[in-house]
Design a protein around this ligand. Structure first.
Ligand code: ADP
Length: 250
């Protein structure tokens, strides 16, 4: 569960990222954040794990005020918040398994980290995570031999291996073709429905947002202009979110 209370974010150069955001997302929700480029979608998502610290207001994750967290406490929070990026952020010159296993590195003693020797229980959890996203058979292939969609699934498996309660996804399907984008969105849906993990996705494909998310948050110029069910998003709401770009966005 996370809550934004009058949250604003001004970047050091004076650019306003978010303005007075109030938001409450309960456990188990699947939320899509939509809006024009530069509207503040990424800033909102990245505020939640303090990648982009807020400058005003209060942001709570499971009743803990994120902005006050530093060092170990912040790392602990980030362990339960998975993050998925457009560019996958994998080490492509090594195997799928090695990438997923990196998820356990912070929990291991130094000698294991140095030698890269992982306990068998970690390997089992990594294989389970790969199975959940349907690429178990790729475990010992090099990442650079996989398609973009498969690479995003590896990133998803790496995140699942850390047992998150919340997944933040920042444009996770923007680099994928439409068919593959759907497959990855199907994974997010399954993870949300079957594992109960809260998912919040910044996505510029409006049709995918409306199809997959239960709840849509529309952002314009750093403020929320729509927050409600995907099924209620009509053309006037789209107009409010996208202003004159409405035709392009549809
Ligand atoms: P979106 O994800 O909707 O495209 P962003 O959250 O990336 O929008 O950006 C919101 C606003 O903040 C934009 O005006 C953008 O230029 C600005 N911005 C984003 N990151 C930075 C940064 N690191 N420094 C300064 N301004 C930034």
């Amino acid at each position: 569960m996370f809550v934004f209370e009058h949250v604003s974010k001004v970047y050091p150069n004076g650019t306003i990222g978010l303005q007075n955001i109030d938001l409450h997302v309960a456990d188990g929700e699947f939320v899509a954040v939509i809006g024009r480029s530069g509207a503040g979608k990424s800033t909102l998502i990245r505020a939640i794990n303090k990648m982009h610290p807020i400058t005003d207001g209060n942001l709570l994750v499971d009743d803990v005020s994120v902005n006050q967290l530093e060092g170990k406490a912040l790392r602990k929070l980030r362990r339960k918040i998975g993050m998925i990026f457009q560019s996958f952020n994998l080490v492509t010159r090594t195997t799928v398994m090695r990438n997923v296993l990196t998820s356990f590195v912070p929990d291991l003693p130094l000698w294991r980290r140095v030698l890269g020797i992982f306990p068998s229980e970690c390997k089992l959890k990594a294989l389970e995570a790969l199975d959940k996203v349907g690429i178990l058979e790729k475990a010992y292939q090099r990442v650079d031999q996989l398609s973009g969609g498969q690479q995003q699934r590896v990133a998803l498996a790496r995140t699942l291996a850390q047992n998150p309660t919340l997944i933040l996804a920042d444009e996770p399907v923007a680099a994928l073709d439409p068919v593959t984008a759907r497959q990855v969105m199907d994974d997010f849906r399954r993870i949300n429905e079957e594992m109960g993990i809260t998912v919040i996705i910044n996505i510029h494909h409006v049709e995918l947002a409306l199809e997959y998310a239960q709840r849509v948050i529309g952002i314009r110029k750093g403020t929320i202009v729509y927050d409600g069910p995907a099924s209620k998003v009509d053309s006037s709401i789209m107009q409010a979110i996208y202003e004159e770009q409405i035709d392009e966005s549809l």
